[in-house]
Design a protein around this ligand. Structure first.
Ligand code: NAD
Length: 299
């Protein structure tokens, strides 16, 4: 989407942090923005801020874990702005802990927000984008934790690996229909993600009976993260350039490369394995993967 001027963006988790930063950046490009968020007061403050900066902005309270809630927000967006061109499936929460110490309802909460929230956004907005024929673009917020797995962040990693994997497939489905995809993978960004529990609804996920961290616990690395606005500005660049992978922390390249090196080395171990040596040589089956010579439907 090279020219964003006069077009419409819908951003989940738009009331704060990275979502609000994306709204500022896309607003500066001349887009109208609809912010969707579960937190009412920050949402109003965010809309006020954008309007003060001459951005056409509206807000809608929505819970991305509930498809009906997100669908109502989409309809509200059409009522206000007529169309949607860029959708940022960005709302997210963090939770983790030692093996055996993460309550099942925390797993459910993180999966509902970070994974199903993105699925709902894709399924609701794809037909709306296709219907106006002007093209569109999705920005799905994953994380560096969708590429490397710090110990203790397993529920979060599960959802962010899922966002990355799903988005790579959707990108192939949507490209022939004129819809682009960017997968945002930041490292630490100075937002309120470490205070995610403010949005954990007791009605849906039960009483939060986790022991809070001790007062002398080391501060969250999020607090020494980069300025969210740099991430928002990077997203505006990526949407215009139709970049699939969007990184903001080049210093994570070495650990990512180390993971891929180990994965590739494991293929070499398989090729040299006596246990597999008796099998006949096989061709890679057609699976619609980018770069495959055969069987690619969506390239
Ligand atoms: N901050 C980081 O270090 C970092 C790093 C990598 C990825 N991310 C991802 O960036 C995204 C944005 O997070 P952030 O860092 O700006 O944190 P944040 O807490 O500042 O913003 C998250 C927003 O999502 C909203 N939200 C939470 N649950 C919701 C729900 N059920 N429905 C609708 N809105 C909901 C919150 O109210 C909040 O406004 C998340 O997907 C997060 O996983 C953050």
């Amino acid at each position: 989407m090279q020219d964003l001027k006069g077009k419409v963006a819908f951003i989940t988790g738009g009331a704060s942090g990275i979502g609000l930063a994306m709204a500022r950046a896309l607003g500066r490009e001349g887009m109208s923005v609809m912010l969707a968020d579960i937190e009412t007061q920050p949402l109003q403050l965010a809309v006020d801020e954008l309007r003060a900066a001459q951005v056409k902005a509206e807000g809608v309270v929505a819970d991305v874990t509930r498809r009906d809630s997100l669908r109502a927000a989409a309809l509200e967006t059409l009522a206000r702005f007529g169309k949607v061109h860029v959708v940022c499936n960005n709302a997210g929460v963090g939770a983790g802990g030692m093996l055996g110490q993460v309550p099942e309802r925390d797993w459910n909460w993180v999966i509902d927000v970070n994974l199903y929230g993105v699925v709902h956004g894709m399924e609701i907005f794809t037909p709306l984008m296709l219907s106006h024929g002007e093209g569109g673009h999705f920005v799905n917020t994953a994380s560096m934790a969708g590429l490397v797995s710090p110990a203790g962040m397993e529920p979060y990693c599960a959802t962010k690996y899922a966002v990355l994997g799903m988005s790579e497939g959707w990108a192939q489905q949507l490209a022939p229909q004129g819809i682009g995809m960017s997968i945002l993978c930041p490292g630490f960004v100075k937002t309120r993600i470490h205070e995610s529990r403010r949005n954990r609804t007791e009605a849906a996920y039960g009483h939060d009976d986790r022991t809070p961290p001790p007062a002398d616990a080391p501060p969250s690395p999020v607090l020494s993260g980069i300025d969210p606005q740099a991430v928002g500005n990077r997203v505006a660049e990526a949407v215009k350039a139709n970049e699939l992978y969007v990184f903001t922390h080049p210093e994570f390249k070495a650990v990512t490369a180390a993971r891929f090196d180990r994965i590739l080395a494991a293929f070499d171990s398989a090729a040299a394995s006596p246990a597999l040596s008796a099998l006949p040589k096989r061709e890679m089956p057609g699976l619609n993967l980018p770069g495959q010579q055969t069987g690619a439907v969506f390239e």
